[in-house]
Ligand binder design. Sequence first.
Ligand SMILES: [Zn+2]
Length: 231
Amino acid sequence: MARVVIFSGAGISAESGLSTFRDTDGLWEKYRIEEICQAGCLSWNRENTLTFYDARREQLSSVTPNAAHYALSQLQEKYPNNIAIITQNVDDLFERAGCKDVLHLHGFLPRLRCEQCGATHLIGYTKQERTFTCKECGGSFRPDIVFFGEPAPMYEHLYEAMEECQFLVIIGSSGNVVAMDHFALHVKVSILNNLEPSDAINERVYTKVLHQKATEAVDEIVEDIERFMQG
Ligand SMILES: [Zn+2]
């Protein structure tokens, strides 16, 4: 198991130009969260929900990974068995930067999932064909995204990874959706890198706090990890 866990949220993707539901501009502004990404939306508001994710895939195709994604990818290449990348983000920017085995806690935007049997299907950045059905069971597909109020089965892998983790880095996560402070208490080193303090995070439990953009902080983070790996 990896000794270093890099846990990220919307902040790292924001620097590539992807807007999030906490932003007041862009794609999310036209929609209400309760109508397009909450459990049940696919039943009562299916077409609008699918259209929203079509638009998000299109937006994803227009952005590229940033320096933070690439720096972490290079680090992982250097220590392939010791750097676990875990993200709340549903975009593929880590993968496009070359990262391997990225754990997506909340799903993966370029992928659809069968509503009946769970089989998945990559569609990249294209629109979801509404009549497309599952080869395995004939069921209909949905975006492979964990909506608010739905079970998130990948959390189990987060807990497993944290059992072995000695060095935790949190990048661009407000702590509102996934609380990480308690993990920071049980590792040797913890770095928190957010643009600004968050009400949902107790910064005093972290070894180091960097109030910077991820692309600005990443070199220092990588240096600290390398020193830890060599020491
Ligand atoms: Zn199926």
